[in-house]
Design a binder for this molecule. Structure first.
Ligand code: 9MR
Length: 374
């Protein structure tokens, strides 16, 4: 059935001329290559206009295209930890229940977002008492063990640590936890070692947004240094989560890619040479340096996505690709960085009316052209 598809798909690397792809779902195309396709999703009240499992229109997209899911926000400390002594699993449990009912595996995002800005407010002013290192260790170990223990083998991949490297100078952020424990390294290492014990079956991922666009060299260097440090210290980290919040650099995707590709491959080569796997954890595209015209923007975003995925999918270490949302309607980017000229951002494979865009076709074509995973 899928064999016929290859006939309809043009040669790999034809970023500018989009090949025609049969209307197969992304998860089917991925499965044919030994891969999985996924997306973030949210909690929502029944029928609410959100990127939620409880919104039938959104759930239909998840069911059609995804073989893997991730909670956009509901597993973070900010969501799970109203205080140092409490957990609130209600929303995330509801998401897990829906995923289980539909036989969809879920990745865990995340066990520690190591920046003060993204930890719960109480944590930064928490009183760690007379033996602060021990108390901070206990808090972190308790969090990781409780979350991993609760979901057991239902979660087989965790972003254990998220965004610990400061892109400004490649240093590691400090939080109340790392100040109490004496160093960020001690904190991150403990998170991974605890996750390995509490979820021995799970892939443990360091997740960050260092990317291939200009301006990311320092961030990439910091991430490499961190990954080297994990190896030296024998910390159990299995893969790098490459978030892939891409930013277009102009209309000519092919020219941009030709410029960015070399350095980006060198980065990925260094990561994989250390033995790390790769996961695309949060793919979407910010349509910068492009005119407002929808057709022009969609074309350039699709070409950029295709070129990026062609580079990434050439790495056999990459088996899972997750989008940060299926439709433009609920994308975080509109709130984070709206276009200065006002038209709505178009970062996802489906538009705000749930119609597939050229980006969808580009992802499908990249999957169809990808080498098969053993
Ligand atoms: O998309 C998420 C947004 O709704 C939240 O307000 C924000 C803070 O929790 O996090 C966003 O997701 C981020 C992800 O967790 C980590 N990588 C960057 C993502 C986009 O900011």
């Amino acid at each position: 059935m899928l064999a016929g598809l290859a006939v309809l798909v043009g040669a790999r690397g034809s970023a500018a001329s989009e090949p025609e792809v049969a209307p197969r779902s992304l998860k089917q195309l991925a499965a044919a290559k030994g891969m999985r396709m996924g997306s973030s999703f949210a909690w929502g009240a029944q029928g609410a206009d959100r990127g939620s499992f409880a919104n039938p229109a959104y759930a239909a997209l998840l069911m059609r295209d995804c073989s893997l899911l991730v909670a956009e926000n509901e597993m973070k400390w900010q969501a799970l930890r109203p205080s140092a002594t409490q957990f609130d699993f209600a929303r995330f449990d509801a998401m897990m229940a829906w995923a289980d009912a539909n036989a969809l595996p879920v990745r865990g995002h995340n066990l520690l977002w190591h920046q003060p800005k993204w930890m719960p407010r109480w944590e930064e002013t928490h009183d760690f008492g007379a033996t602060p290192a021990r108390a901070a260790e206990r808090l972190l170990v308790d969090h990781v063990s409780t979350v991993c223990g609760r979901y057991g083998s239902r979660i087989r991949s965790y972003d254990v640590v998220n965004e610990a490297v400061d892109p400004k100078d490649a240093s590691l952020y400090q939080t109340a936890l790392s100040r109490a424990m004496g160093s960020p390294e001690a904190t991150l290492d403990l998170a991974f070692r605890t996750a390995r014990r509490a979820a021995p079956q799970a892939q443990l991922v360091y997740n960050d947004y260092m990317s291939w666009e200009p301006g990311n060299a320092t961030h990439r260097a910091g991430v490499l240094k961190l990954l080297e440090g994990f190896k030296t210290r024998g910390v159990p980290v299995d893969a790098l989560g490459v978030q892939s919040h891409l930013v277009t650099q102009g209309i000519d995707a092919r020219a941009t890619i030709a410029e960015l590709e070399g350095e980006w491959r060198r980065f990925l080569d260094e990561v994989t040479a250390m033995g790390y796997g790769l996961v695309i954890t949060e793919l979407d595209v910010r349509d910068n340096s492009l005119p407002a015209d929808v057709a022009v923007r969609d074309r350039a975003v699709a070409d950029f996505t295709r070129g990026y995925l062609d580079v990434m999918l050439a790495y056999p270490q990459l088996r899972d690709v997750l989008l940060w949302g299926m439709t433009d309607r609920y994308s975080w980017i509109e709130g984070f960085e709206p276009r200065k000229d006002k038209p709505r951002r178009r970062p996802c494979p489906y538009d705000a009316a749930f119609k597939p865009k050229p980006m969808y076709t580009a992802i499908a074509a990249a999957l169809a052209a990808a080498p098969h995973r053993a």
